[in-house]
Design a protein around this ligand. Sequence first.
Ligand code: TPP
Ligand code: MG
Length: 483
Amino acid sequence: MAIWLAGRRGANYFNKTLISTTFIRSLQTSPTVTASDDCIGICRKPYSMFPCGNSSPPAYFRSRRFESSKAQQRLDFSSSDEDEEQIQGMEFPGGKIGFTSEMSFIPESSQKRVQCYRVLDDNGYQLSSTSSLQHVNKEVAMKMYSGMVTLETMDTVLYEAQRQGRITFYLTSFGEEAINLASAAALTSDDLIMPQYREPGVLWWRGFTLQEFVNQCFGNKNDYGKGRQMPIHYGSNKLNYFTVSSPLATQLPQAVGAAYSLKTEKKDACVVAFFGDGSSSEGDFHASLNFAAVMEAPVVFICRNNGWAISTPTTEQFRSDGIVVKGHAYGIRSIRVDGNDALAVYNAVRVARKMAVTEQRPILIEAMTYRVSHHSTSDDSTKYRPVDEIDYWKTSRNPVSIFRKWVERKGWWSDEQESELRADIRKQVINAIQVAEKTEKPALGNMFSDVYEQVPLNLKEQERLIRDTVKRHPQDYPTDVPL
Ligand SMILES: Cc1ncc(C[n+]2csc(CCOP(=O)(O)OP(=O)(O)O)c2C)c(N)n1
Ligand SMILES: [Mg+2]
C-alpha cells in the first residue's frame, strides 16, 4: 500500500515547490532543427527522412489537423553538454535523434518518485513556499467548504437509505470531497465535465439540487434518466455534465472528441474528464491520452488515484510510478497533487485549465487520495484492507477537516456555523427523500423509448410481452409505475 505508507511518512514526503515548476514538461521548448548546410539538392545523409535534410516535412506529410497550436513543438535531440557523437544526430521519422555508443536501457522507473504538489499540511497550515500563489477568496472558499459538507452529509443519509432498502444501490465519495469541490471551483460553467461516478460534488457546485440528486437515486419521474439507470448515474445537459456511464473509461475517448470539437469551434472552454486509478488500466485510457496529445485537444484529465479499484490495490494495477508518468510517456504535461488538499487541487486545476484553453493542449493531473468508503453498497472493504488504514485516512488525512482548519484560521468559519450547516443539510436531504419517495415512477413505456427513432421489432415484442405479463399478474406489478 504505497499510498498509505506515503501518507504515514507525513508532510515531508510532499513537495513544497511551486506549481509552476512541478508540471512535468511533456515537450522541450527548444527551437526546431534547421536545414543542414551541406544540402545540395539531394541529401547525402543516410536515413534522412526528407529530401534535402529539411527538418520540416513536405506538404503531403503535414498533419491535416484542424490547426497547429503552441502545443506543437519539436523535441530537442540533444543537450549542450553531450558528446560529439550525440550531437551528430540524424533525422528519423518523428525528428532528429542523437547517437550514443553506450548501450543503456531506459530504467523501468526513475529512482525518485514524482513529487506531490501541496499547499496545506495535514493541520490546515499553509506551507510558506506557496505563499506567492493566489488562493481562493472567502466567497469561493466558503462555497467549496459548504459543498464538501453537503457531499459528506448527502452521502451519509443516502447510504443509510440504501441500507434501509429504500434505494437499490449507492456509492459515496468519502475522502474525495476536496477533489470534487476544489476542481469544480477552478473551472468555468462552459467547461464540459465527463465524470466517472465519484464526482457528484462537481455537479452540486454547478447548481444540481439535493432534490435532483435524490430523484435520480429513486428513479422517479423527475429523474432525467427516467429511471433507466442505477442510482448515482447523474447527468445534466443544462449544467454541462455528461451522464455517468457504468463501463469504466468510456468517458475518456468521448472527452477527447468533445474537446477537439471545442477546438474546432474555437470555444473558450475545455473538457474535464475524471477517472479512477482502476480506469487507467483500460485501453480507452491509453488511446485517449495518445489521441489527445496528437490532436492537441483542450482536455484536462483528472485521475483520482485513491489506491483501490474495488478490492484491487494500485500495487496490483500497475508497476509505474502511478498515473502521472504516463502523461509524460504520451507527450502530455502532467502534475501530481495532494488530492486531500483543497487548495492544491484548486491551484493545479486552475492552471491546468488555463494551459488547456490558451495553449490548446491536454493536461493530466494525478490527485493522490484514498477511498475511505467501501467501493459501494455492494462491497465490504474490511475484507481486503486493514481497518486502521481506513481510520487513518478518515481522521488524520480527512480533506474536509484539513480545509475546515484553514477556513477557521482565516476567521471565516465557526463551530456554531458548522453545526447549523450540517443540521440544515441533513434536514434538506431527508426532506428530498420524502418528496422523491412520494413521486411516481416514470411510465412503463419509457423503458423502450429514446434509444431508437423507430422502435425495432424485437423491442416492440419485449414491450408486448411485459404488458401481457402485467395484465396476467397485476398483484406483482408496483402500483407507483404507471402503465
Ligand atoms: C469496463 C469495466 N470493467 C469493470 C467494471 C467493474 N468496476 C466497476 S467500478 C470498478 C473499480 C474502478 O476503480 P477506479 O477506477 O479506481 O475508481 P474508484 O471506484 O476507485 O473511484 C470496477 C472494476 C466496470 N464497471 N467496467
Ligand atoms: Mg480507485
